[in-house]
Design a binder for this molecule. Sequence first.
Ligand SMILES: *Cc1c(COP(=O)(O)O)cnc(C)c1O
Length: 360
Amino acid sequence: MRQIFNFSAGPAVLPEEVLQQAAAEMLDWRGSGQSVMEMSHRGKEYMGIHAQAEADLRELMGIPSNYKVLFLQGGATMQFAAIPMNLLRGKASADYVHTGEWSKKAIKEAKLFGKVNIAASAEDRNFTYVPARSTWKLDPQAAYVHVCMNETIGGVEFNWEPETGEVPLVADVSSTFLSRPVDVSKYGLIYGGAQKNIGPAGLTIVIVREDLIGHAPSGTPTMLDFKQQADNDSMLNTPPTYSIYIAGLVFQWLKRQGGIAAIEKRNIEKSSLLYDYLDATGFYANPVDKADRSRMNVPFTLKDAALDDDFLAGAKARNLLQLKGHRSVGGMRASIYNAMPIEGVRALVDYMRDFEKQRG
Ligand SMILES: *Cc1c(COP(=O)(O)O)cnc(C)c1O
């Protein structure tokens, strides 16, 4: 057992079993004599790893056969541009729901390619909630509707799946990937970077409905064209092979845990433990509407910000790491992704209670 609990927002904690397996296979992957890092991406060993990772992801998420799974690079941030490039399909505008920092970045980038209509925004209350679907002003002519399913910085999560009728729904799931069941058929495109809930940095996953690709305008760089990536099994060039291998080990670990429904139950249990404590004390606070709180990223503040440094130092002394909040909001943030054991959340709550007793 490792001695620390890592609450980093990303890159983030990975299952210990996966790290141990990767360590055991580091020098010689299953009798091949090579590390996965050293394998040709066109060789049969690596091709097998790649295909298995895709098959396991499809099984875990129940991805229908008319969706492509792409293993790309450039992070979710690259997708902020690639999505309008591929999905505008000659239409004038796209609808965006603005729920915080990551939505804001997606909106800014989309404006390079077309008109952006802000269908709803939570700015009026400092991005502490998800605007109700009934308040959205959707344009039936929009190319797509973009949402960020979990605002990693603000700790605001969609605890429901939006309906957008005929207009394709596009979802950034970077920090909620595989943490709860998703009905893929409700979405035109789902995307996210791997380094929050799936594996190492360097891998970005895009799941896209087939009819939405193949419409990128001429002049679109080959690497950013979903159709070309799909037609080449994400191997137009060298894919991030080692990141895909680790993601594949995480998918198998998730299957051993009982799949997404089982992991969701644990995520509810872990996040409730922390929120119940936050709500029971006046010493700490979380600003997000209860119904919209994130199960993955829990920001909180101390009553007196002058105690922040002492809180962090004390946490570190108890092997509770990376609790400092995002620089844009301050305070604390505990990211409790799939791979965070419940013991980690218990240790955090115990520490918070002790700190309050001493300093409150
Ligand atoms: C981290 C994050 C991003 C940016 O991801 P990169 O892979 O670093 O580009 C985008 N959206 C959300 C919701 C995130 O949490």
